[in-house]
Design a protein around this ligand. Sequence first.
Ligand code: 1GP
Length: 250
Amino acid sequence: KGIYQQIQNSKQAKQKSFAVLIDPDKVRPAEIPALVQLALDARVDYLLVGGSLVISNHLDECIQAIKSLTDIPVILFPGSPSQISRYADALLYLSLISGRNPELLIGQHVISAPFVKQSGLEIMSTGYMVIDGGAPTTVSYISNASPIPSDKNEIALCTALAGEMLGMKLIYMDAGSGARIPIRESMIAAVAEQITVPLIIGGGITDPEKAYRNCRAGADLIVVGNAIEKDPGLIREMSAAIHALSATAP
Ligand code: 1GP
């Protein structure tokens, strides 16, 4: 419990945080210990678990394996209500506020609400905004909703503001996993200047320099998945770049 408080405390202290996204479909159980060790060594702040599609049926096992190895908080990032595991610590309770698909705004939440409540997870309501990443991503296809155009900062800003005023505790802007083009810093800055809740940024971040620039633009928490699946050693560099900014914060 208290993970949201931790995220908020970091924001207030101008400390940037780093989350590694683990897709249960892409990581083999045998790979988990080495991945967790890299995350521990690099002082990763959070582990996000989930994906747009979870084809394999080992979400619980994956999370239990992680939890047996580390105290790094495990936060669910579910692509659908079936991706809930009581073994995690918290849940990004996502409403796709950038889209106009009622199922992903509220419909699926209504259906799964009793189940989510019973899970005992810390629920963190999250305004989820998909930004055009240069080519269709899995999330843009599956959600059946148009992403926000990558150069329309004002749409992103108004969407994030509306989300915050509706009571969402986090805003997550995502170019989609494996996005060809990550979110522009000017869009991150436009949103970060106006909202008061923590801002999560992810999708297509492949180099530490970009992660650093996103933090400088106002991101509070950076999520990286694909690039680390390809090169787990990148965890260390990404973490160093993201935390470097905290060290220089006034
Ligand atoms: C996707 O924001 C996450 O939802 C992470 O994206 O896999 O491209 O790092 P990547």
